[in-house]
Design a protein. Structure first.
Length: 214
């Protein structure tokens, strides 16, 4: 069969073929064949270590904030020791927060659920004197943390956890995380995002539990 060339275009059996197009097509064909051979060999290799992506127990799937997923389970633990900074740059240690029922809310401005719940936390804080609210932020700058929270009505103390001592100590991975602490420094509960009504219910539970704390 004759092959002719005219101005960079080959003619194979009367059919014009551009060399670059022909070369690219051959490369794609080779890649497809290689993948097919690899998959076929893998399926028939008998390798007990081959990855099996099937879900063998659908009932085992859990979603946040269930215990065991992302954030560590810390109920019953002591409030972790940590040194943080207030807006003026003064050090605040977590031991100084112990002595009354406490809600420590871990959050940051780039977390949508954190931003959504801040007005609810501000509202409930203004309603009650039964607990103390504290905000902890390890990602934003002090200035951003203060401005962002104040614009959403927050008036309680905010602390910058720049070294993530408290954040790591509480086992935090997914924010926001409200931590409910009894007056002796024991973590009563740690949850995910809460709206105002849910927060009020959690406070009632905390206060009731705290009645048995010396």
């Amino acid at each position: 069969m004759a092959v002719t060339r005219t101005k960079g275009v080959s003619s194979l059996g009367g059919v014009k073929v551009r060399p670059r197009l022909l070369f690219g097509s051959l490369l794609i064909a080779d890649a497809v064949i290689a993948v097919f051979v690899w998959v076929h060999q893998s399926e028939n290799s008998g390798d007990g270590n081959r990855l099996d992506a099937r879900l063998t127990d659908p009932g085992a799937v859990v979603t946040f904030p269930n215990a065991g997923l992302a954030n560590a389970y810390v109920q019953g633990d002591r409030l972790p020791d940590a040194v943080m900074l207030d807006f003026d740059g003064d050090e605040v240690v977590t031991a100084d927060l112990i002595g009354e029922p406490l809600i420590v809310n871990l959050w940051n401005s780039t977390c949508a659920p954190s931003a959504k719940e801040l007005p609810d936390f501000a509202q409930v804080d203004s309603e009650t004197n039964d607990v103390r609210f504290v905000g902890v932020n390890h990602l934003d700058s002090v200035e951003v943390m203060e401005r962002f929270a104040r614009e959403r009505g927050v008036e309680y103390d905010l602390y910058y956890d720049g070294l993530a001592e408290f954040t790591d100590g509480i086992g935090a991975l997914a924010l926001p995380i409200p931590v409910f602490v009894t007056s002796d420094g024991t973590i009563f509960e740690k949850t995910g995002p809460l709206d105002a009504d849910e927060l009020r219910a959690k406070i009632a539970d905390l206060v009731a539990a705290d009645q048995g704390v010396p």
